[in-house]
Design a protein around this ligand. Structure first.
Ligand SMILES: Cc1cc2nc3c(=O)[nH]c(=O)nc-3n(C[C@H](O)[C@H](O)[C@H](O)COP(=O)(O)O)c2cc1C
Length: 398
């Protein structure tokens, strides 16, 4: 099982990650991770920070001659804004000293972790809550999960995503984009899906929707507001048999739900056409089984999103995430000063108008880790050679 830990504040000097449980012999370089870190900055509607950070992770341990060694992998990612901003972050985020003279943040933003964070940890200053609840954490998370993604790539499993809605603009139903995604899968698996999405400023597959969304983001920004949206993550090359129905924590759909919902501001998740399934009769949802010309059992549709009984069925895995609008708004919302207890309007800090395109790339990463762990649980191995031998032998029979 691959697990990882991250440490680091949004405006501290750096983010740190440790990834443990990766078999020895997986080809890995910092560039493999940096490719996905750069993709996390994609998307129209990002705030000023996207112009400051040039995320480049450094591998400090666990890799030798571009191959993992089976030992923990240590990652280091500096926060460029710590020094480049004029906001005095080295003083505000100093590890030592008393903090005397540093202004406290006392106006909690509705929809953010500000108020609950102070209530939980007993702070009279919201700064520590802002620093760790910030989605800056997802930079190191993407780096850590991209190690697992690299392992999957070596086995022919790819993860991709695309945005399907931003606020009021987007496709109406999954049927509207299914053919476009299937054509990309046929062309080059989930990698073709993410490459096509990356070519759009909103990570959408249709040019007219991209343009409409950019106008929607601009209008929202002018109104001092923010937007949420929806995206789809697709995994291809998945063999049948990952996950299990035998116990609740082995269910792959449950694990994927956690993978998406663990990302800041993600408020709903759908596996396959799960939502439509709640409204339609079974005969219009369950995917008929057929035998193909090679004697393999296949589905003629994929409403189940590649998972039945908590177990992958060999069809592409499809998971959709729903993100709420960004809580930091130019337009003030009502709040209460936690020091004076006076009602006050919120104050604006530099922020995105929407981060759905970025969130979709973070979701790719967390889904990749989940699938990699399901692969390791089924096929195991201390070295990549052991793992891939077993994987190739057993999947060629399905
Ligand atoms: C990629 C990404 C970027 C985000 N950027 C911002 C931002 O610029 N400003 C903001 O207020 N919230 C942003 N958020 C959302 C907050 O991190 C999130 O709402 C907050 O941590 C509270 O958690 P919750 O929404 O899950 O309750 C972002 C989230 C993601 C996934």
């Amino acid at each position: 099982m691959i697990r990882f830990l991250t440490a680091g504040e949004s405006h501290g000097p750096a983010l740190t990650g440790i990834v443990e449980g990766v078999p020895a012999g997986v080809p890995l370089t910092a560039d493999d991770l940096n490719e996905h870190l750069a993709r996390r900055w994609l998307g129209y509607g990002r705030g000023g920070r996207s112009k400051i950070e040039r995320d480049k992770v450094r591998i400090d341990a666990g890799v030798r001659f571009s191959k993992t060694m089976g030992s923990p992998i240590a990652l280091h990612l500096p926060n460029a804004s710590h020094k480049k901003d004029k906001a005095g972050w080295p003083e505000t985020m100093a590890v030592e000293g008393t903090g005397e003279g540093i202004e406290k943040v006392t106006l909690p933003r509705p929809g953010h972790a500000d108020l609950v964070g102070t209530q939980k940890y007993g702070f009279d200053d919201i700064r520590p809550v802002i620093e760790r609840s910030s989605a800056r954490e997802t930079a190191m998370r993407v780096a850590c999960c991209s190690v697992a993604r690299q392992l999957l790539r070596e086995l022919g499993i790819e993860v991709g995503s695309h945005v399907v809605r931003l606020g009021e603009v987007g496709y109406e139903t999954p049927e509207d984009w299914a053919d476009a995604v299937q054509a990309l899968i046929d062309e080059g698996g989930a990698r073709a899906v993410y490459e096509a999405a990356d070519a759009s400023e909103t990570r959408m597959l249709r040019e007219d929707l991209t343009e409409e969304c950019i106008a929607h983001i601009e209008a929202t920004k002018k109104a001092g507001d923010s937007l949420g949206g929806q995206y789809e993550v697709v995994v291809t090359g998945v063999p049948p048999g990952l996950g299990s129905y035998v116990h609740w924590e082995h269910r792959l759909d449950g694990q994927l739900g956690h993978a998406i919902m663990s990302i800041q501001a993600q408020k709903a998740v759908e596996v396959g056409n799960g939502i439509a399934g709640a409204y339609r009769p079974g005969s219009r949802i369950h995917d008929p089984i057929t035998e193909d010309e090679n004697g393999r059992l296949r589905r003629t549709s994929n409403n189940a999103g590649g998972i039945e009984g908590g177990t992958s069925n060999g069809m592409p895995i499809i998971v959709r995430g729903f993100m709420k609008p960004i809580p930091t708004l130019i337009k003030p919302l009502g709040t209460v000063d936690i020091a004076s207890r006076e009602p006050q309007p919120t104050r604006y800090e530099r922020s995105d108008v929407t981060s759905v395109p970025a969130a979709s790339t973070v979701a790719e990463a967390t889904v990749a880790l989940t699938i990699a762990n399901a692969v390791l649980r089924k096929y195991g191995g201390d070295s990549f050679a052991e793992l891939s031998d077993r994987f190739m032998r057993e999947t060629s029979e399905n």
